[in-house]
Every structure is written in structure tokens, then in C-alpha cells.
Write a protein of this length. Structure first.
Length: 258
């Protein structure tokens, strides 16, 4: 059984004060507080902006040894797919403090629903692998056309991890899976708010969902399968509205210890 690291997708949300963080908690101390509750976090602001190294240097200093950051790829790498080689170099350079402090986990490349299975898109994934060198990468697909043995064999050959997801059971979305294609396992819980998934009035509404115990119990065999075939398995809750990700993660923590 591999090491299981469990946390949330992001940690800095205003509506977490009074629900997870103490009321009126200093934003500069949120990561310190978070790091005393979880051993990993998935950083999402890197999807919107390629950071400077000093940001991660500061973040690494605020968490204990053994804490791991997984980092989301910039949107120019996954959505617009027009990232320059210099931007790739800048992005990788920004990660150097996490690499040096042994606190860097996988890089998550979350592709949009319209990124469907095709030869050209597989070629693009090969280029992604080349650009990132030996860094640990995990791919999250949103369209179920990627669920095929040909893809899993390709990911193994390219040393690209596969991100398993829990999300609404809607046509063309990925079903729940327990797959690993590298020595790193990756699982993301997005919630099952099918009503607001496609066209939410506000972006946060898509992730307004609280998991029940029986829904997480369904995942225990899949988690065990992934963990038994990997060195480390990362699990993140993305249902962030009103800190429901925290409560869901704590619920799963309890189930994994039983």
C-alpha cells in the first residue's frame, strides 16, 4: 500500500473563514493553519498566472517537512494550448523552491471537456511530456472518449499519470475509475452537483456539494486499488464552497483509518 496524501484543491477562500479557519483569520496565516490539518494541497492559482519563484519559496517555508504541493498547469498549456517554450521554462523555474525543499508533488494538467481523444491530441500530450522533462505529471481528462486501453498504454509509455475523478454522472463525463499509469496515484473529488455543472449562474455553484459517507465508502475499493499499485497516492477535494471540501476530506480521513 502506497503513502496516501489527502487534502483540498486550494486553501485560500474567503468563505472558509468561520467554517474552517477561525473567524477573521489573517489570510497570511491560512497556509500555516491548513498545514496543521492536512499533509498536501493542490495549488490552483497557477492555472491563471505563472508565478515567481519567491512565492513558492515563501509557501514552502510555511508548512512542515513532509508536506507536499501538487501544482496545476497554466491554462495556456491545457486550454488555449499556445504556451511558449519560454513560458514553460518560467513555470518550471518557479517550482525550484519546492523541488529544492522536497515539497513538490505531481503537476496536474486538467484539460477541458472539448479536448477529446484524437491522434493530434495524443501528440500534444507527447510534447507536454517533452517540455516538462522528468517532472511528475498527471493528466485529467473531462471527456470520456479518453477511457480506452489505447490511451492507458500510451500514458504508461509516456510516463504520464492518470487522474481519477468523482463528478456528476452526466453523459460524456468520465465515470469513476481506479486507474494508475505511473507510480503516482491521483484522485480528485469535484462533487456531484449535476444541476449546476454545465452552466452555473456563478462559478462556485458547480462545486457546491457535500459528500455523504456512503458516497465516499463507494470509493474505498478504488482508492485501495490505486494505492496498492503506486508509491504515493494524492487525493484532493475540489467541492470548495463553504469549506465543504475540508469537511469531505475529514470524513474520508476517518474512513481510511477504519
Amino acid at each position: 500500500m502506497s503513502e496516501i496524501l489527502l487534502g483540498t484543491s486550494g486553501y485560500s477562500y474567503p468563505d472558509w473563514n468561520g467554517t474552517f479557519y477561525p473567524e477573521a483569520h489573517d489570510k497570511k496565516k491560512q497556509l500555516d493553519f491548513y498545514g496543521s490539518n492536512f499533509n498536501t494541497v493542490e495549488i490552483n492559482f497557477t492555472y491563471y498566472k505563472i508565478p515567481d519563484p519567491h512565492i513558492f519559496n515563501n509557501m514552502a517555508a510555511r508548512v512542515p517537512d513532509g508536506f507536499i504541493f501538487s501544482i496545476k498547469a497554466h491554462k495556456s498549456m491545457t486550454h488555449t494550448r499556445d504556451c511558449s517554450r519560454q513560458d514553460y521554462r518560467s513555470y518550471i523555474n518557479a517550482l525550484s523552491p519546492l523541488i529544492d525543499s522536497v515539497k513538490l508533488g505531481p503537476l496536474l494538467l486538467q484539460f477541458p471537456w472539448h479536448f477529446k481523444f484524437s491522434k493530434s491530441n495524443m501528440e500534444y500530450l507527447s510534447r507536454i511530456r517533452e517540455y516538462f522533462g522528468e517532472l511528475d505529471l498527471c493528466i485529467e481528462f473531462r471527456h470520456n472518449s479518453w477511457i480506452r486501453d489505447e490511451v492507458f498504454d500510451f500514458l504508461k509509455k509516456q510516463k504520464l499519470g492518470f487522474a481519477n475523478v468523482d463528478q456528476p454522472r452526466l453523459r460524456t463525463l468520465l465515470p469513476p475509475t481506479g486507474i494508475n499509469t505511473t507510480s503516482t496515484g491521483y484522485i480528485r473529488f469535484h462533487g456531484r452537483n449535476s444541476k449546476d455543472w454545465w452552466k452555473p449562474a456563478e462559478a462556485y455553484m458547480r462545486y457546491n456539494y457535500m459528500y455523504e459517507q456512503n458516497e465516499l465508502l463507494e470509493w474505498l475499493p478504488r482508492i485501495e486499488k490505486v494505492a496498492s499499485n503506486t508509491k504515493r497516492t494524492f487525493i484532493y477535494f475540489n467541492n470548495h464552497y463553504k469549506a465543504k471540501a475540508v469537511r469531505s476530506a475529514h470524513l474520508l480521513q476517518g474512513l481510511l483509518k477504519t
